[in-house]
Write a protein that binds this ligand. Structure first.
Ligand code: PMP
Length: 456
């Protein structure tokens, strides 16, 4: 077996890691962890650490690690049919079964599901479908996409543009011209401390209306948003937000893409976030929880009014010119079927509601009173602790101090993984949906101790 030192050296010399400080990593100054295994909510590494994964990988290992049912399904599929494409009406038992299972779980107004590989490509598909739709309807000018600041929708050319975080634009010549951004529904960071939640919702709606008026509704095709802002800070929307936004979109004939890459298949304690907030999407983007990341797979779920136009489009123009070699990959599909069965059998959607709400409310009780904890928020199995230098004046630490990252590092010493979110000193949590109350308590305790260690 290779020594740890040898592997670490090869790693530094050969491996281009995503979302990593490349220079520090190459010089051996950045964190490096070689992960070897996982069981339940824990992972192990080559240095012998066993860590409670409070972020489920990247909010994706929803059923937890080491599920033999999924491993067996993948192995069986690989032996029987490792691959066949899905072009021109081809399929496999696994991909057809998964399509049926997804549609049985999707909100009522959805019509078909297209399978890709990850969240970014699913959003890429969705934007192409929106453009195709408006071209078929004879509205070639109606193409712009509205996204929110702090939204996260991927890191491709279009999806990185939709993402409303500076880090993903800077030095990449993004965002592309077709993408415009509107207010983040982030009540804690509202512009005026005296605003109620309802007033802040009205403010977000007014900003959207103004943007639409400025750009012209006949140039805007779609609005994309996560039910709960994820990578932008784990922020549930203010009261009444989604209903109010949907009204504006309906009025201006703007399609709604609900990005459920994080929230799909149970994380909010409902199968989809669209159900949770009572909105009617034209398109849903999903990935992570679809297979619990046992294999890469994404889903673009298409609503009825779009589907009708897509069918008309092919009647007029022939085969739709969109597809990837690995669309509906049988191994991903087999993982998805086994995963969705397991979610049902273990009652994980309900556990996300019950244990999830217990988790973030306990977090609020235990750390919310600390002088540097500005806000603790959550929904289902999502939670965030936002730090503040001065809580009463809502003043934040200087970004260069890396306070959030220091707390996350102090948690790691206590055997718990959380994530320092990329913008602001926000500690994020998205544990596997199978979390128990005892494990939730362990995360809360590690957080409390780490905050005390770093901030007193
Ligand atoms: N949308 C959302 C809401 C996400 O959180 C992510 C990934 N974190 C993506 C899209 C992109 O998914 P992927 O990284 O699989 O391309």
């Amino acid at each position: 077996m290779l020594t740890n030192d040898k592997l670490a050296e090869w790693d530094r010399e050969s491996f281009f890691h995503p979302s990593t400080h490349l220079a520090q990593f190459a010089r051996g100054e950045a964190a490096q962890r070689i992960v070897t295994g996982g069981e339940g909510v824990f992972i192990q590494d080559r240095d012998g650490n066993k860590l409670l994964d409070g972020f489920a990988g990247l909010y994706c290992v929803n059923v937890g690690y080491g599920r033999q049912e999924i491993a067996e399904a993948i192995a069986d599929q690989a032996r029987e049919l490792s691959y066949y494409h899905a072009y021109a009406g081809h399929g496999s038992e696994a991909s057809i079964t998964l399509a049926k299972m997804v549609m049985d779980r999707a909100p009522k107004n959805m019509a078909r599901v297209y399978f890709g590989l990850g969240g970014s490509d699913a959003n890429e598909t969705n934007i192409k479908l929106v453009w195709y739709y408006n071209n078929i309807l004879g509205r070639p000018e109606k193409k712009k996409i509205i996204s929110r600041w702090r939204g996260y929708h991927g890191s491709g050319l279009m999806t990185g543009s939709l993402t409303g975080l500076e880090l993903f634009h800077k030095k990449f010549d993004l965002p592309l011209a077709q993408v415009i951004h509107t207010e983040a529904p982030y009540y804690y960071r509202r512009p005026d401390m005296n605003m109620s939640e309802e007033e802040f919702t009205a403010y977000c709606v007014q900003s959207l209306e103004e943007l639409i008026a400025r750009e012209g509704a006949d140039t805007i095709a779609a609005f994309i948003g996560e039910p709960v802002l994820g990578t932008g800070g784990i922020v549930p929307p203010p009261a009444g937000y989604w209903q109010a936004i949907q009204k504006v979109l309906d009025k201006h004939d703007i399609l709604l893409i609900v990005d459920e890459v994080v929230t799909g298949f149970g994380r909010l304690g409902t199968m989809f976030g669209a159900d949770h907030y009572g909105v009617k999407p034209d398109l849903i983007t999903s990935a992570k929880g679809l297979t619990s990341a046992y294999a890469p797979l994404s889903a673009s779920i298409v609503g009825q009014r779009m589907w009708d136009v897509l069918m008309k489009g092919t009647d007029e123009n022939g085969v739709i010119g969109h597809g990837w070699t690995y669309s509906a990959h049988p191994i991903g599909a087999a993982a998805g079927v086994a995963n969705l069965k397991l979610i049902d059998e273990l009652g994980l959607v309900q556990n996300a509601a019950d244990t999830g709400n217990y988790f973030w409310q306990t977090m609020r009780d235990e750390v919310g009173g600390h002088g540097n904890v500005g806000e603790v928020r959550g929904e289902g199995m999502l939670c965030a602790v936002e730090l503040a230098a001065d809580k009463d004046k809502r003043q934040f630490f200087d970004a260069s101090e890396g306070t959030g990252a220091k707390v996350v590092a102090a948690m790691l010493k206590r055997g718990v993984i959380a994530r320092a979110m990329p913008q602001g000193d926000i500690i994020g949590y998205a544990p596997p949906l199978c979390l128990t109350r005892a494990e939730a308590d362990q995360i809360v305790l590690a957080t409390k101790d780490a905050i005390t260690e770093v901030l007193g």
